[in-house]
Write a protein that binds this ligand. Structure first.
Ligand SMILES: *Cc1c(COP(=O)(O)O)cnc(C)c1O
Length: 391
């Protein structure tokens, strides 16, 4: 959109990327374009199909504005939007894999990604091998003749293992395979996928980019080399997000920098505090120096979002229920990345296959929202008192 040189810092680009007020009578925001039919002025124009917009499913100015902003922020060649984060993952795998291929998938991956591999990909003749997320360059030992994709998610969005993306990328590329990364946790602000050897980066924009828990959206951003495959399959699948959702994500993007800074600061403060509690066995947060993934995180990431986990010391299920049921600020529910704090118990032991989930007790995933951090601490402190009262 903008032809200005892109020398400014991320906070400036968040405000200006994907925005061209002069095209819209000076209005600051790109308007919501609703539409299916786009008219062509002449038969010659119709046959040449050479206008910027030709059909609603293939893109509108609202959708393109967000795609251009995300491509720029991720540092990729181009972006396509999808109606959810999961559909971005699915479209990517369908674009890059064919019958007879083999895909390597991190054992810490978002569970519905695993379900797609185990069901649809299997039915289509693609074999999946799950690997230890901490494998690093030893991934080369798992690469086969027919391995065409290595799928990563870093850190894992439940258990927070940090992956050595440059090492995995090097091994994948040496074997002619492409590296896909689910970059939802860090957002394009705190991890630059293409500077670390990723070929296709996925955002569940539903999370921090939308940022207000009011829309579902996914984004696929690629290198120039991977773009034709992604663009073709995206068009084949007829994936088009609603214009209101793209608009909400553009609006979310404008404040992503300030929101993330707050999520990060409050998240680290609460993670430290939780680490000091006698009820907590371990905190899983890569920004804490005690975390096993801290060195890799510090090398490759420029920040931490507000999502992390704790492993409790052994207590009964009922005690955890008493703790969580009485919380007044933390909500219980799926998703994260909105302005509000969330907490969920989780247990990956039933579906991990390459690694064994080893935890001293029950695990809780927390999303730290934009509330006052002292109020959040008080809510959790009262929760720990209910947990202790259960004995
Ligand atoms: C939520 C999530 C997704 C899926 O996004 P939806 O918009 O809910 O489909 C994918 N990856 C990660 C890491 C997520 O947390």
């Amino acid at each position: 959109m903008s032809k200005r040189p892109r020398k400014e810092k991320a906070d400036t680009r968040l405000v200006h990327a994907g925005r061209e007020p002069a095209l819209y009578h000076g209005f600051v925001n790109t308007p919501i374009y609703r539409g299916s039919t786009v008219l062509f002025p002449t038969v010659a124009g119709l046959e040449a199909n050479d206008q910027a917009y030709t059909y609603g499913r293939l893109g509108t100015p609202t959708v393109r504005a967000l795609e251009e902003a995300l491509a720029e922020l991720e540092g990729g060649y181009a972006t396509r939007l999808t109606p959810s984060g999961l559909s971005a993952i699915v479209a990517t795998l369908l674009a890059l894999l064919s019958a007879g291929d083999h895909v390597l998938v991190s054992d810490s991956v978002y569970r519905p990604t695993r379900r797609f591999c185990d069901h649809a990909l299997k039915r289509l003749g693609v074999e999946t091998t799950y690997y230890d997320p901490l494998i690093g360059d030893r991934i080369k030992d798992l690469i086969k003749e027919n391995t065409t994709v290595v799928f990563t998610e870093s850190p894992g969005s439940q258990s927070f293992e940090v992956q050595d993306i440059p090492a995995i990328s090097k091994a994948a590329h040496a074997a002619g395979a492409r590296l896909v990364m689910d970059n939802t946790w860090a957002t394009p602000l705190y991890f630059k996928p293409f500077a670390h050897g990723v070929d296709v980066s996925i955002q569940a924009a539903t999370k921090y980019i939308v940022g207000h828990a009011d829309a579902m959206l996914g984004a696929i951003t690629t290198t120039e080399a991977a773009w034709p495959d992604i663009a073709r399959t995206h068009e084949d699948l007829g994936l088009c997000p609603g214009p209101e959702d793209a608009y909400l994500a553009l609006r979310g993007l404008r404040t992503l920098g300030v929101r993330l800074a707050r999520h990060q600061a409050s998240g680290i403060e609460l993670a430290r505090w939780l680490g000091s509690r006698s009820e907590v066995a371990r905190v899983l947060h890569p920004a804490l120096p005690s975390d096993p993934g801290h060195a890799l995180w510090a090398r490759d990431f420029t920040g931490a979002s507000g999502l992390f986990a704790v492993v409790l010391k052994p207590v009964t299920k009922e005690a955890v229920g008493a703790m969580l049921d009485g919380l007044t600020l933390f909500g219980m529910g799926y998703s994260w990345g909105g302005f509000e704090s969330l907490i969920l118990p989780f247990d990956p032991s039933a579906y991990r296959t390459a690694t064994k989930w080893q935890a001293e007790g029950r695990a809780l995933r927390l999303h730290i929202g934009l509330e006052d951090v002292g109020d959040l601490k008080a809510d959790l402190e009262a929760g720990f008192a209910r947990l202790a009262a259960f004995g």
